[in-house]
Design a protein around this ligand. Structure first.
Ligand code: SF4
Ligand code: SF4
Length: 94
């Protein structure tokens, strides 16, 4: 049995990106003033969230749909939905 590295596993991921984000940061002021550690930039495994000085940028196209940001944001400041039907991540097993 072969063991794949994380990089090899990520290579198996494919994305069918929608033009509209399924992730929304509701209040950017909360990120700026109440969340000094910008926790979403830490717990998101796909590095979707990037703090750009005054605003959280959301690279929704690379979302793995793990759902962590539904519970990980201490201020419930992220609106999370599944991507529209037919869009989003595609997992391949080999
Ligand atoms: S974890 Fe929530 S409050 Fe903190 S920076 Fe991310 S979206 Fe903003
Ligand atoms: S669902 Fe998971 S991968 Fe997608 S943005 Fe949230 S934490 Fe990141």
């Amino acid at each position: 049995m072969s063991t794949k590295t994380l990089e090899e596993k990520q290579y198996l991921l494919r994305f069918r990106c929608d033009t509209k984000s399924h992730l929304t940061v509701l209040d950017h002021d909360i990120c700026a003033t109440k969340c000094p550690d910008k926790l979403c930039t830490v717990f998101c495994p796909a590095e979707v969230y990037k703090w750009e000085g005054k605003r959280m940028q959301v690279g929704f196209e690379g979302c793995h749909e793990c759902g962590s940001c539904r519970i990980g944001c201490p201020y419930q400041n992220i609106k999370w939905e599944y991507p529209k039907g037919g869009h989003g991540i595609v997992f391949r097993l080999a």
